[in-house]
Design a protein. Structure first.
Length: 168
């Protein structure tokens, strides 16, 4: 059984409460869960990747691994130390990461996920951290046709497709 360690806040922000209702696209209505993988989150936070940001705004339950938050936090630190981010940009990225964390369902890296990582995946080779993401997607137990994986990583993308998930 997959353990979700934190749920997003049920209280909408002021901006959401005041916003006019928007139409839900057909794609959003079909996809029930969007699994946000680290590479897409980092692309959104540090590179302001338009496609990743668009995926995050889509109407669907957003789920990620606790690993994603650790990887994104480390990416922010590395970017600041490597002088690719100003102090102001670092603060903005940290705020955006915290906002994402509050709005997203966080799945723990469980013993079951780690056990799955040790077995082969449909598309190999897969790096260890990528395998944790793929195993987490599998552990959710959702019908693949109702899941979308948001990623910028080729290995994760190909394995998500092999599982039957859509990829953004």
């Amino acid at each position: 059984m997959t353990r979700i360690v934190a749920k997003r806040s049920r209280r909408p922000s002021r901006a959401v409460r005041k916003a006019a209702p928007t139409a839900v696209s057909v794609e959003s209505a079909v996809v029930g869960i969007r699994y946000i993988e680290s590479s897409a989150l980092v692309a959104a936070l540090l590179e302001h990747d338009a496609e990743a940001l668009k995926s995050f705004r889509a109407r669907a339950r957003q789920v990620t691994s606790a690993l994603t938050l650790a990887e994104a936090g480390r990416a922010i630190v590395r970017a600041r130390v490597g002088e690719r981010l100003s102090a102001d940009a670092e603060r903005a990225a940290v705020r955006a990461l915290r906002r994402f964390e509050r709005r997203c369902y966080i799945v723990a890296v469980t013993d079951d996920v780690l056990a799955r990582v040790r077995r082969p995946f449909s598309v190999e080779p897969v790096r260890t951290l990528d395998a944790v993401h793929i195993a987490t997607v599998e552990s959710l137990g959702e019908p693949p046709q109702l899941m979308s994986v948001v990623t910028r990583d080729y290995r994760v993308r190909e394995n998500a497709k092999a599982l039957g998930c859509s990829v953004e």
